[in-house]
Design a protein around this ligand. Structure first.
Ligand SMILES: Cc1cc2nc3c(=O)[nH]c(=O)nc-3n(C[C@H](O)[C@H](O)[C@H](O)COP(=O)(O)OP(=O)(O)OC[C@H]3O[C@@H](n4cnc5c(N)ncnc54)[C@H](O)[C@@H]3O)c2cc1C
Length: 509
C-alpha cells in the first residue's frame, strides 16, 4: 500500500488527496490550521459567518469533474447557483455599469454607458478572449507541465498564426486599448489581471482569457465558498484519506535523494512513498521544509511576488448605493494605483475597492437582512514579512477606501469588523509576504515560470495556487489533480503501482 503525505488542506491539497484516496492509496493530509480550506476561509464577525477569501466561483466544470472522478457529484454536497448579474461597477455617484452573464445584455449596458461603438468593440473583445481561452485550454490549462516549446509544438501550423494573433508579447493594458476607447472600460477589463495578483500594465494580454472564463459563468455557493472546502474534505475522508488539522509540517524527510516522509513540528515523523507540498512554493524555496528540498524550485524574489490585500469582513448597514452581490468601485487613477503597489511597494492612496455583499443574490437584493454581511478588499503590496502596517497607515487606508465608497454613494455603518493585513496573510501563508497568488504574472514568459507538479526530486510533487496553472479556486484544484496524476504516472512507470487512469488528468498507462 503506497503512503502519501499531502502538506496543506487548501483546495489544491484536498483535490490531490481526494484523487489519490479514491484510487486506494493511503493518504494523510497535514494542515497547520484548525480547519480545511486555506485561503478559502470563513470568518466569524458579530456571531455571523462570512467568506474571508474567494467569493467568485468560475470554471465549475473543474469541480464537477473532480467530484465525478470520486464517484459522486458536486450537487450532492453543495448547492451552487449561477449568477445572471456578474458585477456592478462604479466610478462616481452617477457612473455605473453592470455586466451580465448574457453578452448581449452586457453589450446593451455598455452601449448605454459609453456609446454604440464601444458596445460593438466589446463584442469583438468577447470573440478575442474566447479565442485566447480555446487556444490555451488544452495545451496550457489542462497540461500538468506546459512549456513554450510544447505549446508551440502542440499547434498545427495554421494555429501558429492564431497563437501569434493572441498578441502574447503585448501587455493587457495595451491590448485592451485596441478594443476600448473609453478609459473606464479599459480599466474595468484590465482588472482581470488582478485576479492572479498582477498589474494590467505588466501582465501579458493572454491573461484576458479570465474575461472569457467569467463570461462562461459565475456561481454562488450557498452558505459560502468555505462549504466547498468542507465538502472536498468530507468526500476525501469518506474515500479513506486522513485529515490531520492543527498539524504543521516542519521538514520533508529525504532518503537517498528521494522524498520519504515529513517531520511534524511536534517531532513526529510520517514515513511516505511520496510527498505533495501545497504550501506556497516560496516557502519551499525559502527552506521552510528543510534545506535539502529548497533547491527543487527557484526562489521567488520580492519583486516577483503577486499582490496581497487588506480586507474588511463586516457586519454593517448600507445605504445609498444599490449593491448587488459583486461590486467594484474604481480608483480615479489606475496607473498611480499600480505604481504604488508594484513600483513603490506601498498602499495605494486611491485604491480600487471590491465589495461582496454576501446576503445579496438576484432574488434577495430587496428585503434582505439588515445589518448585512460585507466583505471588502483592496489590493496591497506583499510586504507582510518586512513591514507591519502601522495603525496610522491602516487608518489612512480606511479613510481613502470608505471615503471613495461614500463619494460613489455607498454609506456603510459598521457594527463589527475583522481586518486582515499582508502580515496576517504572511502568518497564514509563510514566506509569501502575504502574496495571495504566488508569483506575479508579469511579462509574457511569466506563466511558464510557475513550477508544474513534478520536481527534480523523486517522490516530491507540488500543487496549489503558486504552481501551474496559477491562483484561483478552480486552477488550484486543477494543480492538485495534476500532482495526483503525475504521482500515479511515476508509480506506474517504476512498476510500484498498478495501472490507473485519472479522468481529465494524465493517464498512467
Ligand atoms: C482574499 C482572497 C480572495 C480571493 N478571491 C478569489 C476568487 O474570488 N475566486 C477564486 O477563484 N480565487 C480567489 N482567490 C484565490 C484562491 O482562494 C486561491 O488561489 C486558492 O484557494 C489557493 O488554494 P491552494 O490550494 O493554493 O491552497 P491555500 O489556500 O494556499 O492553502 C495552503 C494550505 O497549506 C497550509 N500550510 C502551509 N504551510 C504548512 C505547513 N508547514 N504545515 C501544514 N500546513 C501548511 C496552509 O495553512 C493552507 O491551509 C482569493 C484568495 C484570497 C486570499
Amino acid at each position: 500500500m503506497r503512503r502519501i503525505v499531502v502538506i496543506g488542506a487548501g483546495v489544491g491539497g484536498l483535490t490531490a488527496a481526494l484523487a489519490l484516496a479514491t484510487r486506494g492509496l493511503t493518504v494523510v493530509v497535514v494542515e497547520q490550521a484548525g480547519v480545511p480550506g486555506g485561503k478559502m476561509r470563513e470568518l466569524e464577525v458579530d456571531g455571523r459567518r462570512l467568506d474571508g477569501g474567494p467569493t467568485v466561483l468560475t470554471m465549475k466544470w473543474v469541480l464537477d469533474e473532480i467530484f465525478a472522478d470520486a464517484g459522486t457529484a458536486l450537487a450532492e454536497h453543495v448547492t451552487v447557483r449561477p449568477l445572471d448579474h456578474l458585477a456592478r461597477h462604479a466610478w462616481s455617484m452617477d457612473e455605473r455599469l453592470d455586466l451580465f452573464a448574457d453578452v448581449e445584455r452586457s453589450a446593451e449596458a455598455i452601449g448605454d454607458f459609453a456609446g454604440p461603438a464601444e458596445a460593438r468593440r466589446y463584442r469583438g473583445f468577447c470573440a478575442w478572449t474566447q479565442q485566447i481561452y480555446q487556444t490555451l485550454e488544452t495545451p496550457f490549462l489542462r497540461s500538468p507541465q506546459p512549456s513554450l516549446m510544447k505549446l508551440i509544438g502542440a499547434q498545427p501550423a495554421r494555429n501558429l498564426r492564431r497563437l501569434w494573433a493572441l498578441t502574447p508579447f503585448s501587455s493587457t493594458w495595451r491590448a485592451l486599448g485596441r478594443y476600448f476607447h473609453d478609459p473606464r472600460l479599459r480599466q474595468l477589463f484590465g482588472r482581470y489581471a488582478t485576479y492572479c495578483g498582477s498589474s494590467p500594465f505588466l501582465a501579458p494580454a493572454t491573461l484576458m482569457l479570465i474575461a472569457h472564463v467569467e463570461q462562461c459563468g459565475v456561481w454562488i455557493v450557498e452558505g459560502g465558498m468555505h462549504r466547498l472546502a468542507e465538502a472536498l474534505a468530507r468526500v476525501a475522508t469518506a474515500r479513506g484519506a486522513r485529515l490531520r488539522y492543527a498539524t504543521a509540517a516542519k521538514e520533508i524527510v529525504v532518503v537517498d535523494g528521494r522524498a520519504a516522509g515529513v517531520t511534524l513540528a511536534t517531532g513526529e515523523r510520517l514515513d511516505a512513498d511520496a510527498v505533495i507540498v501545497t504550501a506556497d512554493v516560496a516557502a519551499v524555496a525559502a527552506g521552510r521544509f528543510g534545506r535539502t528540498v529548497a533547491g527543487v524550485v527557484s526562489p521567488v524574489r520580492h519583486s516577483q511576488r503577486s499582490l496581497s490585500a487588506i480586507t474588511w469582513a463586516m457586519v454593517a448597514e448600507c445605504e445609498g448605493f444599490p449593491l448587488v452581490r459583486h461590486n467594484v468601485f474604481f480608483s480615479p487613477d489606475y496607473a498611480a494605483e499600480f505604481q504604488d503597489l508594484f513600483g513603490r511597494g506601498r498602499l495605494p492612496t486611491a485604491p480600487t475597492i471590491y465589495v461582496c455583499a454576501q446576503d445579496r443574490t438576484e432574488t434577495t437584493a430587496a428585503g434582505r437582512d439588515s445589518p448585512e454581511r460585507l466583505f471588502c478588499l483592496v489590493n496591497a503590496p506583499a510586504i507582510g514579512d518586512r513591514h507591519a502596517i502601522t495603525a496610522r497607515e491602516l487608518d489612512q487606508c480606511e479613510r481613502c477606501t470608505f471615503g471613495h465608497l461614500e463619494r460613489c454613494g455607498l454609506h456603510i455603518q459598521r457594527h463589527a469588523t475583522t481586518v486582515t493585513t499582508p502580515s496576517d496573510f504572511e502568518r497564514m501563508f509563510p514566506a509569501t509576504g502575504g502574496a495571495l497568488y504566488g508569483r506575479s504574472s508579469h511579462g509574457w514568459l511569466a506563466s511558464f515560470r510557475r513550477p508544474g507538479s513534478g520536481t527534480r526530486m523523486a517522490g516530491l510533487y507540488l500543487a496549489g495556487g503558486s504552481t501551474h496553472p496559477g491562483a484561483g479556486v478552480p486552477t488550484a484544484a486543477l494543480s492538485g489533480r495534476s500532482a495526483a496524476a503525475s504521482l500515479l504516472a511515476d508509480f506506474a512507470s517504476t512498476g510500484h503501482f498498478g495501472r490507473a487512469a485519472m479522468r481529465g488528468g494524465m493517464s498512467t498507462h
